[in-house]
Ligand binder design. Sequence first.
Ligand code: FEO
Length: 395
Amino acid sequence: MKLRQINDAVSCLGAVDWNRRLFDSLIPLPDGTSYNAYLVRGTEKTALVDTADPAKTELLMDQLAGVDRIDYLVANHAEQDHSGTIPHVLQRYPDAVLLATPKGKGMLVDLLCVPEERIRAVEDGETVSLGGKTLEFLYTPWVHWPETMSTYLPEDGILFSCDFFGSHYATTDLFAHDKATVYEAAKRYYAEIMMPFRPTIRKNLEKVKGRDVQLIAPSHGPLYDDPGFIIQAYEDWVSEDVKNEVVLPYVSMHGSTERMVLHLTNALAEKGVTVRLFDLAVTDLGKLAIALVDAATLIVGTPTVHVGPHPAVFYASHLANCLRPKLRYASIIGSYGWSSQAIERIAQLIPNLKVELLDPVVCRGYPREKDLQALDALAEAVAAKHRECASTGRG
Ligand code: FEO
């Protein structure tokens, strides 16, 4: 990919990573990703904002072949998918000054062994003039590391936001005009790495809204020439409002738990509650994370394995606990053969979830009529709680 001109002074470079399917050896990337960097040319100085993943270093350095000088290299974020090519850029441009937050400076030294003397820490709100173009550095912490910042170019109303507002979405489109697709990819990205930091992100959004932003240029996925689209989406995701939805991740080994899950799903649906069902044996955990962004209730379905929940349920419960979604209610359903501590074990796994626990339904063996009636009662309890949420205007 060549440099793509955004306007007379700003161009987008970097790489589309069509085939990457896993990030951090953890996060599924069904749609690939991209690593965007931006070149900003003033009348006196030139800046490069972010770089690319180490796997794409050669590509980025080739794109810079016609760039004689870089005066400032801005590291909005020290994670390697954006900072990995920094040592190569600093080597080719020995006079370039690397700009980062104070925390970012320490991380760039630690993670990439960048010589400390090449880095200048910038203050929140500090500006650097390129001649007719200004870079303003806005601390936007915890999107998703503590050192993250965004860079604002006031003359053009462009916000270089790095991970913030980004999407793991490989595309040839420069701009996010396929809004439905980008919305899903951006929500997945928010859910997987930013959801735990909702209160801080809310403050960051206010900071961004205090600028006249005409274009958001993230370092993953397409750019937003309609910034209101993604800002509004983030405002919804970080709000305290929950939806009339149950997320129901489950595992079933011999069909008993599945029978309970399907009965509960139907009972909830009959009461007007949307259920998002995930068989953990086959599910994409990113989809589960997306569902957790808005839902009011989490119900975990598990069989019993060696007295506790199924290992896949351990993993999913731990994940939900780490992501700290804005859930209000939770419950557990499932089956066991001879004895079970599944309820206690799962409860221990989710201390971060500030939820009201609704009566669990756990039965020995295959569910009988009384167990199905207990599931009906759980469905009614969930529906009643959701009606309460709606009546308080926080539903
Ligand atoms: Fe895209 Fe946190 O790096």
